[in-house]
Design a protein around this ligand. Structure first.
Ligand SMILES: Cc1cc2nc3c(=O)[nH]c(=O)nc-3n(C[C@H](O)[C@H](O)[C@H](O)COP(=O)(O)OP(=O)(O)OC[C@H]3O[C@@H](n4cnc5c(N)ncnc54)[C@H](O)[C@@H]3O)c2cc1C
Length: 291
């Protein structure tokens, strides 16, 4: 039963309160997941530490070649930000696809990352970039690569007394084209059956560098390195993109097997059969985009 609802005014106080109450406390930002988990009886804290009104964690700004996003930036704020739209348009596209206006208005970037759902569209886009998270506690901070931070399905390496304060995205080379697309069951805003973030840097009609992050298929969003290698230094064409689609399928099947995931249910076989065509389509769209 919840006995205390705490509203710290500084990050330090929030970390101290989380440390004082240990495993009995749950940190709350926009609360879209926490309330859901409370209702379903999946968590039973006696203390909630609400950080939603902490100052300074809703900042979006450029620092050199990095885009800095405060952990309390909401999904709606990602959509509205001209900086995000200009430098990481795929993040804007993914945010637009998150279902429900109230969820977009309340749900935060930090909540998305710490919840670590393999189907989370925001996380999928971040996985396509070199991206770090900053974690603070009462003793200081540590900076982790996003790949080290997410350890599995809804699992991260955060400690209970740590707060994720910001995300730093190293921007790809200027002129990179990017897209985010998802396959969903009902409409564009329902949850992903599968999603793909694609980045292409082209020079003189050759692909200099390609990045593909596949989400909602494996235990976490994965870079599709075999297809990335195939695409590098090639002239873009429909045939090349179809080959890349086949390589993504092969890699995803291998990774699913090594992660012990079943792919024989109806959703599994549907997404795998769709995958090569979906990947080729997203690559084509990205290629045809203006820089
Ligand atoms: C019904 C439903 C449907 C959804 N649909 C989609 C969808 O279609 N696409 C999509 O991408 N997402 C979707 N989401 C996910 C949701 O939008 C995001 O995960 C959201 O941004 C969560 O943010 P929050 O602030 O509400 O998290 P909260 O509920 O406040 O917290 C979630 C978890 O993260 C922890 N946490 C939050 N912030 C921090 C922090 N700064 N530091 C440390 N720990 C922290 C909390 O302790 C908790 O464990 C859905 C969620 C729900 C409940």
């Amino acid at each position: 039963m919840i006995r205390s609802f705490l509203r710290p005014v500084t990050i330090y106080d929030a970390c101290q309160q989380m440390r004082d109450h240990g495993e009995n406390a749950v940190l709350v930002a926009g609360a879209t997941h926490v309330v859901n988990e409370l209702h379903r009886g999946l968590i039973n804290p006696s203390v909630l530490v609400d950080i939603y009104r902490l100052n300074g964690l809703d900042v979006i700004c450029m620092e050199g070649e990095e885009l800095m996003l405060g952990s309390l930036v909401t999904i709606s704020e990602l959509i509205a930000s001209s900086v995000v739209r200009q430098f990481v348009p795929a993040l804007c596209q993914a945010a637009q696809s998150v279902g429900g206006k109230q969820r977009r208005n309340r749900g935060t970037l930090g909540g998305s990352i710490v919840h670590a759902d393999p189907g989370d569209e925001i996380l999928s886009v971040l996985s396509a970039f070199d991206c770090c998270v900053v974690l603070k506690d009462i003793e200081g901070e540590r900076v982790l690569d996003l790949r080290e931070f997410i350890s599995g399905i809804r699992q991260t390496t955060i400690r209970n007394d740590e707060i994720l304060t910001e995300v730093r995205i190293r921007l790809p080379e200027r002129g990179s084209r990017m897209s985010f697309r998802k396959v969903s069951r009902r409409n564009a805003s329902s949850s992903s059956v599968m999603n793909l973030t694609c980045l292409l840097l082209l020079k003189d009609n050759r692909i200099v560098c390609a990045r593909l992050a596949l989400g909602s298929v494996l235990t976490k969003a994965h870079r599709m390195s075999d297809a990335e290698v195939l695409l590098a230094q090639k002239k873009p064409s429909r045939t090349l993109f179809e080959k890349a689609g086949s390589l993504v399928l092969n890699q995803a099947l291998q990774e699913a097997e090594s992660e012990g995931l079943g792919i024989v249910d109806s959703v599994g076989s549907y997404k795998f059969s769709l995958m090569p065509h979906f990947v080729a389509q997203v690559l084509t769209e990205t290629w045809e985009r203006k820089e």
